[in-house]
Design a protein around this ligand. Structure first.
Ligand code: PLP
Length: 425
């Protein structure tokens, strides 16, 4: 690889290394004084991102991947994906600036937010970003007014119509807020025509954590109908955007391969090879979730006696539960507890021996709020302030979410990449 990412951006490791090895080195090498200062950090395996990319190309050969920057905007991730040739889906001006700063050309950026701030539309116009999404009449009018490329005979602006999906079974739903219903599409396509705006395609998002891969097939079928409406009105429709929602972890309920097979069949049926439609997807969690591991240290600890008359623990003491406080919580890096209903499981730096007693334990974030609970009902050995806990699969919607409410700073990220992955990219 050469270009956006260089060997200075990461620690080169040999094949067979594990992120845990690196974490261990970093936590063991952390002096007491540093632990007091740095209470959480990530280790990111960029090789895992590279492997995900090749898996994507193999499973969905007709789909061009774009990366949803909001999911994890860390420089290592953006650089490696730019290096691999991905396009970028940006939700605002800051994200467009970020990817342009690392050398991504405007032609590889989609401003994919159906509700945009006027200043951000103007920024897109000034910096050559011409592919934008919309899902309502007001937005169309706003873009026409604020994006100079929308005016005149040589209209360079291209708009993608974002349609709603039935995402009622998805863990995180997007169509509650975004996307137009099928029955309102014709009206919007007519409005665009009247305003001389070229609608070039359709996008959707089935939501994240969708248990039914057929949701993609249904939305692809809906998109076909909208393509036909658009063509009847004279729009040159040639972009189909499948959105995100592809799982980022190995043990997902519905596997990526299963989804790919449904998507490929639906594409063959509704958008067969040679139909002239450019098919793309805007993936977030798929690329980054499993690549990031988080280490968080215990910053405070409290033992609470459980008042259960007549109940004693084996050693004769009263039963107790231990509350551990971490520097990150639900209002920061562990927001998935709130939004995705996850139950983060810590990995202990040292596996407890079978003789070690286990105690009822819970993990809490730093905000003075009874809701800031990360995990309850755990049975852990006695841990201490300054001990590190490790959490895997922490790459999506975590970076940049440091608990500002709890006074935390942005977490440091140490990137690693194996020599083999570096060679294949
Ligand atoms: N595209 C859009 C418009 C989104 O809003 C999102 C995430 O919210 C994504 C793509 C990425 O979704 P995911 O992380 O589930 O792949």
């Amino acid at each position: 690889m050469a270009g956006c990412l260089s060997e200075a951006d990461f620690v080169m490791v040999e094949e067979g290394f594990s992120t845990r090895d690196l974490l261990e080195q970093l936590t063991l090498g952390t002096s007491q004084a540093t632990t007091e200062e740095v209470a959480a950090f990530f280790v990111a395996d960029l090789g895992a991102v590279v492997r995900k990319h090749f898996c994507f190309l193999k499973c969905l050969p007709r789909v061009r991947p774009f990366y949803a920057v909001k999911c994890n905007n860390s420089p290592g991730v953006l650089k490696v994906l730019a290096e691999l040739g991905l396009g970028f889906s940006c939700a605002n001006k800051a994200e467009m600036e970020l990817v342009q700063h690392i050398g991504v050309p405007a032609s590889k950026i989609i401003y994919a937010n159906p509700c945009k701030q006027i200043a951000h539309i103007k920024y897109a116009a000034k910096h050559g970003v011409r592919l934008l999404s919309f899902d309502n009449e007001m937005e169309l009018a706003k873009v026409v007014k604020s994006h100079p490329s929308a005016k005149g005979a040589a209209c360079l602006l291209r708009m993608v119509l974002c349609i709603a999906t039935d995402d009622s079974h998805s863990r995180s739903r997007l169509s509650l807020k975004f996307g137009v219903s099928l029955k309102s599409c014709r009206q919007l396509l007519e409005d665009a025509k009247r305003n001389h705006v070229e609608v070039v395609g359709v996008s959707f998002h089935i939501g994240s954590g969708c248990p039914d891969p057929q949701a993609y097939a249904r939305s692809i079928a809906d998109a076909r109908l909208v393509f036909e409406m658009g063509a009847e009105l004279g729009h040159r429709m040639h972009i189909l955007d499948l959105g995100g929602g592809f799982p980022g972890v190995e043990g997902a309920k519905v596997r990526f391969e299963e989804i790919s097979s449904v998507v490929n069949s639906a594409l063959d049926l509704y958008f067969p090879e040679g139909c002239g439609v450019d098919i793309l997807a805007k993936l977030g969690r798929y690329y980054v979730t499993s690549a990031f591991t988080l280490a968080v240290s215990i910053i405070a600890k409290k033992e609470v006696l459980l008042e259960q008359p007549g109940r004693e623990e084996e050693n004769g003491s009263a039963p107790k539960t231990i509350l551990y406080q971490l520097s990150e919580g639900e209002y920061g890096i562990f927001n998935s507890v709130l939004f995705d209903n996850t139950c983060p499981t810590p990995i202990l730096p040292k596996k407890p021996s079978t003789e070690q007693p286990l105690y009822s334990s819970s993990l809490w974030g730093p905000v003075i709020d009874g809701c800031d609970c990360i995990a309850e009902g755990l049975w852990l050995p006695q841990l201490h302030v300054g001990d590190w806990l490790v959490f895997e699969n922490m790459g999506a919607y975590t970076v940049g979410m440091g608990s500002l409410l709890g006074g935390a700073q942005t977490c440091r990220i140490t990137y690693a990449m194996s020599r083999v992955a570096w060679g294949t990219g």
